[in-house]
Design a protein around this ligand. Structure first.
Ligand SMILES: NC(=O)c1ccc[n+]([C@@H]2O[C@H](COP(=O)([O-])OP(=O)(O)OC[C@H]3O[C@@H](n4cnc5c(N)ncnc54)[C@H](OP(=O)(O)O)[C@@H]3O)[C@@H](O)[C@H]2O)c1
Length: 265
């Protein structure tokens, strides 16, 4: 039995059908199914009879707490495949590390089998631009010319399925990226082409980004961590492409254009 946390989320919704199609028994976990990371009793129920876990904690300051809460109850589990994030543990990525390093370290120091997947920016983050696209407004660009190796969540799910279903990726840490480096303007040009609609970007300065996040009620410490992350991307610090998706799947990762065609048309 494989427990899929975040089953209704960006990766989980692609992973569940892959596992079911492979013949695996799957238990889906999210609040929709009555399981909550905040509720220890529901974690015990979720893990009952489970051999293998796909561990994805929802984004936010609770990632480490949720990862550790689930691992604490996972006494009879054999393997955990955890979604982490690119640059976890590296200097300058304190927010990412605060979220994901405790769970990574708990797995590495446990007796469990594990695979750690560290994706870069998801292609699906572009869905946050839909309101501007629909309103004909410019899309905010926080990274200047900084590029990301944008990855398709479907590819993350496909890699996770291999790690869950075979022993080939035990004790491996993979950095999952797409095949190409793109800045926000290039992503928006691709969306414009796919949608057949003129689209533009507008550069958001760090001061404007700070004011926006504070106005949304984000704690100032988190805002400063986020801004540090933006600055690193602006300066090319996330311009990373790896061959890890291809190594696991035996094919190239999908392009951002493919994601847009699959998702938006
Ligand atoms: N977005 C990126 O570019 C990126 C890059 C690298 C790493 N990551 C990492 O990827 C992970 C997933 O991010 P995402 O934005 O794509 O999230 P997501 O998978 O879309 O959503 C979170 C999932 O968790 C469930 N959930 C939320 N609160 C819960 C709770 N209290 N108990 C049980 N389940 C709960 C949600 O379902 P219900 O609402 O039904 O409970 C949903 O299925 C995060 O850990 C993030 O740090 C993201």
């Amino acid at each position: 039995m494989i427990l899929v946390t975040g089953a209704t989320g960006t990766i989980g919704r692609h992973l569940v059908p892959l596992l079911i199609d492979s013949g695996a028994a799957v238990r889906e976990m999210s609040r929709r199914q009555g399981f909550d990371f905040e509720d220890t009793e529901s974690l015990t129920r979720a893990l009952d009879g489970v051999d293998t876990v796909f561990l994805l904690s929802p984004p936010g300051d609770t990632v480490a707490k949720y990862d550790l809460a689930l691992l604490e109850q996972a006494k009879n589990v054999h393997k955990v495949v955890k979604i982490s994030a690119i640059h976890t543990g590296e200097p300058g990525f304190e927010l990412t590390s605060a979220w994901h390093l405790p769970g990574e370290q708990a797995l590495r120091s446990s007796d469990l089998m594990w695979t750690i997947l560290r994706p870069t920016a998801f292609a699906s983050n572009a869905l946050a631009w839909l309101p501007q696209i629909e309103a004909g407004e410019p899309i905010p660009s926080f990274y200047g010319d900084g590029k990301n190796g944008v990855v398709n969540p479907r590819d993350i799910a496909a890699v996770a399925a291999q790690a869950l279903l075979t022993d080939d990726h035990d004790k491996q840490t993979y950095t999952l990226t797409g095949p190409e480096l793109l800045n926000t303007t290039q992503q928006v040009e691709i969306l414009s082409d796919v949608l057949g609609k003129p689209l533009q970007t507008v550069d958001v300065s760090p001061d404007q980004a700070r004011a926006g996040m504070l106005a949304q009620g984000m704690p100032s410490e988190s805002v400063e961590f986020m801004l540090k992350g933006f600055e690193i991307v602006r300066n090319g610090g996330n311009a990373v492409v790896t061959d890890h998706v291809e190594r696991v799947l035996g094919r190239s990762p999908a392009t951002f254009r493919t994601w847009a065609q699959e998702t938006l048309l």
